[in-house]
Design a protein around this ligand. Structure first.
Ligand SMILES: [Zn+2]
Length: 490
């Protein structure tokens, strides 16, 4: 198919050429496990609607998409800026045929699609939707080195990014050309990976970018080059993978490791990052959910997190990070490192490919770590790290507050027994004090505008505040790392 795009403020107008027949707009996009229904942005189309995202069209047809999203997974068009993540804008017919796009505007354009005359092309739809298109009269190319650049309208100091990239390239090899599509916004959206690029949108306040950039960059290998065999590109329905702990968690571990090793993040933040991940394993969700299950249910749990998430699931990012830490320590004890896994598994890998390789290195516990409730990972790590639960046995109610508002009630805690609900606003404690540090608290709670009195008797904390010390010089060839978790449950 061929698309000609005319950007207008808030809209992109597309004139498309394909075959008479059906076109399909994706309902979600790769790298993000939520049905986004971006076809809802379609405002006009020359065609007959067959379903929410399918149309019968002639050989040539036009359509118009609303494009005002600041999110790097979507599209925005303004009087001086255009960003398109292609699956948010372009439909497909046969995914195996060629797709080309021409942007009808006289601005510098940045993309990793192949330039063919006035068109940017890819040999199939999967490749076509894997490269963002960014354009602006103010577009700048900030060179990191011969192979890596940043495409942006903003400023970015590349001195902290260069060592991270070098560290990863030393292990994995350099790509021919890699672009970070970067943009500042009023919200911190994060990043999304592509094979030869990534798109990153962060707010103006965020100064520390090394771990985020390293994470998206390492995805070039873990997810784009190497991908779980069960992660299929369907684009119209959820695809279930049990391996997101590897795809995301190991990527996060590598980002943490290279940022820590190169000194791009300060050691306190590195320690806190690991301590917070460990702390999550002490909550009820981790005591019932395996990382395989957390991966499979990402569509309804991780990507649809509510205030009960710590009771009902676990983050495969954080769990996977810790599995990565353990595997790296064990592989380094055997003279290798986490990176060697990628030299020994097929590009479309299964759990058994990873497990079989680790077993050949004498590491037998992967299956137990991934398929048992993930709290078990803490037990395995205690053999390698110094981990203590500093609040274990101390007075506790089992709530997390934001100001005076309850944002989490731990299952089977005193707060749970008293009947506290998330979103309750505590307006009085024992009549006057705003503190919960008392033997028995009589609470007045504002719940949906009604005042409710309840009595809260403290119990003993199962232990959520984690203090960790990683013997970096011995295990990882980095400085010693210490940290205490910051999740404040009282
Ligand atoms: Zn990721």
């Amino acid at each position: 198919m061929i698309f000609k795009v005319t950007p207008k403020p808030r809209y992109v107008e597309v004139s498309a050429e394909g075959r008479e027949g059906f076109v399909t707009f994706p309902t979600y996009l790769p790298g993000s496990y939520v049905i986004r229904e971006l076809e809802r942005n379609l405002v006009d189309i020359e065609g007959v609607r067959v379903s929410k995202n399918k149309f019968y069209v002639k050989e040539n047809f036009k359509y118009r998409m609303y494009a005002a999203s600041k999110d790097q997974r979507e599209a925005i068009s303004t009087q001086d800026y255009l960003f398109i993540n292609p699956p948010a804008v372009f439909p497909f017919q046969d995914k195996k045929e060629r797709y080309c796009v021409k942007i009808l505007i006289d601005w510098p354009i940045s993309t990793t699609l192949k330039k063919e005359g006035d068109y940017f092309c890819a040999d199939d739809y999967e490749t076509f939707i894997d490269s963002p298109i960014q354009a602006s009269p103010n577009l700048k190319r900030i060179v990191i080195d011969d192979h890596h650049e940043i495409s942006t309208i903003d400023e970015l100091d590349v001195s902290q990014i260069r060592p991270l990239i070098r560290e990863i390239d030393n292990e994995m090899g350099s790509p021919e050309r890699y672009i970070f599509f970067f943009r500042r916004s009023d919200r911190n959206y994060g990043g999304i990976e592509h094979l030869d690029s990534s798109a990153i949108v962060v707010n103006w306040e965020r100064s520390e970018l090394s771990q985020l950039l390293a994470h998206e960059y390492f995805h070039r290998w873990n997810v784009r080059k190497f991908r779980p065999k069960d992660m299929e590109l369907n684009l119209e329905t959820e695809g279930y993978s049990e391996l997101l702990w590897f795809a995301e968690g190991i990527t996060d571990y590598v980002a943490w490791y290279v940022a820590t090793k190169t000194g791009s993040v300060n050691p306190d933040d590195s320690g806190k990052y690991v301590a917070n991940a460990l702390s999550k394993l002490t909550f009820p969700g981790a005591k019932k959910t395996s990382l395989a299950e957390a991966s499979r249910t990402t569509w309804i749990k991780y990507y649809r997190q509510d205030e009960n998430f710590l009771n009902s699931s676990v983050s495969y990012y954080e769990g996977g990070l810790l599995v990565g830490l353990l595997l790296d320590i064990k592989l380094r004890q055997r003279g290798g490192s986490i990176f060697e896994i990628f030299r020994n598994i097929p590009e479309r890998y299964t759990f058994h490919d990873i497990d079989r390789y680790l077993k050949s290195r004498g590491i037998d516990e992967l299956e137990e770590m991934i398929y048992s409730p993930s709290s078990i990972i803490l037990d395995f790590l205690k053999e390698q790290l110094t981990v203590s639960l500093v609040d274990e046995g101390s007075q506790y109610f089992g709530v997390i507050l934001e100001g005076n508002r309850v944002v989490y009630v731990e299952d089977n805690s005193p707060a749970d027994s008293a009947g506290l609900m998330p979103q309750d606003l505590i307006v009085g404690v024992n009549g006057a004090s705003r503190s919960l540090e008392v033997k028995e608290a009589r609470l007045i709670v504002n719940r949906e505008g009604r005042l409710i009195e309840m009595t809260l008797r403290p119990g003993r904390s199962p232990g959520h505040k984690v203090k960790v010390t990683i013997d970096g010089p011995k295990f990882l060839g980095i400085k010693e790392i210490q940290g205490t978790s910051t999740i404040n449950i009282i």
